[in-house]
Write a protein that binds this ligand. Structure first.
Ligand SMILES: Cc1ncc(C[n+]2csc(CCOP(=O)(O)OP(=O)(O)O)c2C)c(N)n1
Length: 339
């Protein structure tokens, strides 16, 4: 297990861009929580509150040509990798203009525009690991993974997901194939309401990295600089061809599993161990003179405007008409059209 010095070597410009994604994700998540209470969403709302520092630090290092497989708490990472907030509201409001044409109501949307591949989320825990490994193997077969600055695949997973059989198979294969895979593990201490001591018996989840042939790193998931520094090292190593990487961040989800869950199983003792990454980051950047009060207010204002514009536009768009939609699987559509 390797740990990383927390002292930031990350440029201030990147720290500010990171904060911007964290704030926008928080604003969008808060809006979704409100809409859920108003019974205005097509499904439940699954929030990344408290996990934005890690998530944005993953997405911010990705570039076109990479593959990102976000988890349900990765609004920040999705935005940092280029997801349009309009896609979020179109999906969550069940509009036919959304990526799944109104069939999904929350987190199962993906993006495949040109070189930008954000895999559609599969709910079955662990399944996104082999899906990302398969996508990377496809890239290798096409000759896209040569050299020392290759595309990478990043998969986000929770402590509960790490206990799933599919995750094990994917990690094992990635290690054997030495793929440029970055596994970003958000250990938010809970798998739904199950505490860590009933999810795994190793001392720390990162201890598994060596067993799979990965390089392992840990960080404090509430510390934005630590997340940026650690994810930056992991992505850079994967791009250089140093094989698969695992980052395990310690944090707490500051919401229920979904907005239908009041998280009453979280003990005061557990709550007291973790702060909220967003105000912590704001305070650090302010104390270091990287941003001032007015700059922060501007970031929040811009985020609220972006979120409101996207919400209003999506609200004005039609819901699907079941009698009109060509709701068939991708392959079936190809068969029918003869392509
Ligand atoms: C194979 C499988 N088993 C059970 C579930 C039900 N389930 C959905 S989320 C969840 C907990 C996930 O915990 P974790 O991976 O730690 O992520 P978190 O929700 O804490 O962010 C469970 C058990 C599932 N989706 N897939």
């Amino acid at each position: 297990m390797r740990t990383v010095p927390v002292a930031s070597t990350v440029p201030d410009e990147l720290r500010l861009a990171h904060l911007r994604w964290m704030i926008l994700a928080r604003v969008i998540d808060d809006r979704l929580a409100t809409l859920y209470k108003q019974n205005a969403l097509a499904g439940s709302a699954f929030l990344g509150r408290g996990q934005e520092a890690l998530s944005a630090a993953g997405g911010i290092y990705l570039r076109p040509g990479d593959i990102f497989a976000p988890m349900i708490r990765d609004q920040a990472g999705r935005l940092a990798f280029g997801e349009d907030p309009l896609d979020v509201f179109r999906t969550c409001l069940g509009r036919r203009t959304g990526n799944t044409r109104g069939r999904d109501g929350n987190v199962h949307r993906g993006v495949h525009v040109g070189d930008r591949r954000q895999l559609a989320f599969i709910s079955h825990l662990g399944a996104m690991v082999p899906a990302t490994v398969g996508a990377l193997l496809g890239k290798r077969l096409k000759g896209e993974l040569r050299g020392t600055d290759t595309p990478v695949g990043m998969v986000s997973i929770g402590d509960g997901g790490m206990a799933a059989g599919a995750a094990h198979e994917g990690l094992n294969a990635a290690g054997i194939e030495r793929l440029p895979l970055v596994v970003m593990v958000a250990n938010n201490q809970l798998s739904y309401s199950t505490y860590n001591d009933r999810s795994f018996a190793c001392r720390h989840l990162v201890d598994r990295a060596a067993a799979y042939g990965f390089t392992g790193r840990t960080c404090d998931g509430t510390d934005a600089d630590a997340c940026l520094a650690t994810m930056g090292l992991a992505v850079a190593a994967a791009r250089r061809g140093e094989g698969p990487q695992m980052v395990v961040a310690e944090l707490l989800r500051l919401a229920g599993h979904g907005e239908h869950d009041d998280a009453s199983y979280v003990t005061p003792e557990l709550r007291s161990r973790f702060g909220d990454c967003l105000p912590l980051t704001e305070r650090t950047l302010k104390n270091q003179g990287v941003i001032d009060e007015a700059g922060l207010a501007k970031l929040w204002d811009e985020a609220r405007q972006i979120s409101q514009r996207a919400y209003e536009q999506a609200s004005s768009e039609p819901e699907p008409d079941p009698a009109q939609e060509d709701w068939c699987a991708y392959s079936a559509r190809n068969l029918r059209s003869g392509l």
